[in-house]
Write a protein that binds this ligand. Structure first.
Ligand code: 13P
Length: 262
């Protein structure tokens, strides 16, 4: 039988908003959503600020009982030790982080993260009780050469190596060409790849996992196109970059949920 997957709207702030700006942002976003029914469990909102903001945002969320989930943008493959500049998943868990982004294309491109490193980071997240948000996606060159799904499917297959069938994970399909370009994938393109990614989850972790795991779309999501993505059966939410930094725009993306009745 169909399993209900709670839509997940996640804001990846990337390297934006310092901890003082984060305070104002979270308070304004909470205020903008005050009268919305969006936080009655029909949608989950996740914030992924820079590391230096996590403690501040956590304190704010806890103090005001704001129902936003907290996530980090990266973690180390290791849990502790002489790894200057790295951040342990164990430390993130202590800050009440529920989620961590892994394998974002900007980490793959600017930090040379390989599929192997990404697989180790998925293990590090699970070991520390964090839900990995595994990001996959093809570049425009990949798209031309191999079509849309081959590269993200291959990336996800490696990331899921050694992941137990009952693990709590989220998958985000982010075509690299759609990130920050203003040129989102079409809903049909997103649906096609998200459905293929769900098949990978079924192959690797079984049908139960495939049915309960949320697969998000990311890449130039805005309040004007969120509806078209959320109508697709295999798109369970969005990983939002630029639009998650604008209070009213992000609030509108989150608010959309109550109209779709998913
Ligand atoms: P944009 O929404 O700015 O295209 O970024 C998407 C993204 O990379 C989220 O992780």
């Amino acid at each position: 039988m169909a399993v209900t997957r709670v839509p997940f709207i996640a804001g990846n702030w990337k390297m934006n908003l310092d901890h003082l700006q984060a305070v104002a942002f979270v308070q304004k976003l909470h205020w903008a959503l005050k009268d919305a029914k969006h936080l009655d469990g029909s949608v989950e909102v996740g914030l992924f600020p820079p590391f230096t903001d996590l403690r501040t945002v956590q304190t704010l969320i806890d103090a005001d009982k704001i129902p936003f989930a907290l996530g980090a943008q990266d973690l180390s493959t290791k849990d502790a030790g002489a790894y200057t500049g790295e951040v342990s998943g164990a430390f993130l868990a202590k800050l009440n982080c529920a989620y961590v982004l892994i394998g974002h294309s900007e980490r793959r491109e600017y930090h040379a993260e390989t599929d192997q490193v990404i697989s180790e980071k998925v293990q590090a997240a699970l070991r520390n009780g964090l839900v990995p948000v595994i990001c996959v996606g093809e570049t425009s060159e990949d798209l031309e050469k191999f079509g849309a799904s081959a590269v993200p499917v291959g990336q996800l297959e490696i990331a899921l190596e050694g992941v137990p069938a009952d693990a709590d994970i989220v998958v985000a399909y982010e075509p690299v060409w759609a990130i920050g370009s203003g040129q989102a994938a079409t809903p049909e393109q997103a649906q096609e790849v998200c459905a293929k990614l769900r098949e990978v989850i079924a192959d690797k972790l079984g049908q139960d996992a495939a049915q309960r795991t949320r697969v998000l779309y990311g890449g130039s999501v805005k309040s004007s196109n969120i509806a078209s993505f959320m109508r697709e059966p295999d798109v369970d939410g969005a990983l939002v970059g630029g639009a998650s930094l604008v209070v009213d725009e992000f609030a509108a993306i989150i608010r959309f949920q109550k109209h779709v009745g998913v």
